[in-house]
Design a protein around this ligand. Sequence first.
Ligand SMILES: Cc1cc2nc3c(=O)[nH]c(=O)nc-3n(C[C@H](O)[C@H](O)[C@H](O)COP(=O)(O)OP(=O)(O)OC[C@H]3O[C@@H](n4cnc5c(N)ncnc54)[C@H](O)[C@@H]3O)c2cc1C
Length: 497
Amino acid sequence: MSCISIIGSGFSGLSAACFAANAGCDVQVFEKNNMPGGRAGYFKEDRFLFESGPSWYWMPDVFEKFFNQFGKSAKDYYDLVQLDPGFQIFFKGNDCLKVPASLTELYDVFENIETGSAARLKRFLKESELKYNLGMRELVYKPAYSWREFACYDVLIGVAKSNVFKSLRSYVRSFFNDERLIALMEFPVLFLGAMPQQIPALYSLMNYAALDMGTWYPMGGMYKVVDGMHEIAASLGVDFYMNSEIKKISILEGKAAKLRTADRSFRTDAVIASADYHHVENNLLDEQYRNYTDKYWDKKTLAPSCLIFFVGVNKKIKNLIHHNLFFDADFEKHANAIYKGAQWPDNPLFYVCCPSKTDASVAPEGMENLFILVPIAPGMEDTENRRNSYFDSLIKRIEIQCSDSFADNIILKKSYCINDFEKDYNSYKGNAYGLANTLTQTAFLKPSMRNKKVKNLFYAGQLTVPGPGVPPAIISGQIAAEQALKFCNTLSYEKFI
Ligand SMILES: Cc1cc2nc3c(=O)[nH]c(=O)nc-3n(C[C@H](O)[C@H](O)[C@H](O)COP(=O)(O)OP(=O)(O)OC[C@H]3O[C@@H](n4cnc5c(N)ncnc54)[C@H](O)[C@@H]3O)c2cc1C
């Protein structure tokens, strides 16, 4: 039986492990940390449960499809609730835009802000739905080794119709004029890690995901998804080695033959490296086996890193909901500090997740659990002083927008930033979300999923195809497993496809 080794147990590594084991391979997963999940971590302190990574559960179909392939459903592992409102955005002057779960209500919200915009939103979402279907059916479940994979009539016509060479910014502005509606329509792509003017309009498929499919929450937290995937992998016989950082991939006759930790070595027939791509290439492989040079990586647009505060508050906060975006500052200035010149931003936009509004298990009764996230450029100097210089003003802005004071009720505060991403995940420049989905970093233009010099080494995760985010990471693991299985040519491969 072939043995497939997986480096890293984030969503992409867990997904790859499940698919490879289901096809009948021996699978071993090596994880440097003491728990699976990667960037989707959590910690408990003083009866608060803080999640340290993803909090937006979008594209529920991708999660369901994953579980279905193992004869399961998401509901076998967690209760999924739709948030209503899905999220809210605070603008300057105590102006707040709530995004309802119901599309009919959303059309009313648009029409009240800008006459005629409801009809335009309908058209926008219809086009986004077509892009979503095209993207999810034809584009993302491919290894994207070459443009030829996409060279069939339906795909080419679909891509041509999806304004692939138009930026999301000009596309959105051809529909809406009001700055608040524009901000709402542009915000989902910030997850893709670049400014809307650099993101192809194809990615308005994210608007369909955000506004039409809805914003969901697995009760107990996003870690429930990790638990579910981990449970499937374990039931399929996957061996997990926690606290086992891989230090070296040993190559023999053009193939990865062994993985080495500090004190052991493990034989392997194929490797799926789901840890950060740059780390795998630069730290685990000798130079002659790397796909890319430092010069290549220097030219890449990384998605942002972030400054995070985990905050426990011993009272309930008025007017805050589960997902809150604070767009009460200048977006362009903040975006320039991230993407042009890499500087710590003055007066940045930020996001506050308050899961205790939905889930009583994440905070003691009568208290709030806050996760405050400020997107920042990766690779900057990160000091305790710098982090703390933001805290008071962020809290003040929440207090002003929510018309409620709670600064004196803060009983717990922790920060997390670039240095922690590097230390915890071997993250390149402390990036949080991998590589941005710009036009020149999409599909076959992304770092390749296969190593061109080591034929049984494949890559998965947010720095390769299809891109950053939990659903793409799950898909990435599946595609990488398919490639490794093809290499191993296991007899049970037919069962898998
Ligand atoms: C703060 C934050 C908020 C986010 N919010 C959202 C959101 O709301 N919605 C969404 O969809 N996405 C969100 N994302 C993005 C999403 O979480 C990631 O894209 C996804 O989890 C990445 O999964 P991955 O498997 O590619 O990588 P990772 O999760 O980073 O997994 C890689 C694993 O490899 C391990 N590793 C590294 N080096 C080694 C080594 N040498 N040996 C062994 N193991 C190693 C790491 O410890 C890690 O566990 C967020 C990310 C962050 C950081």
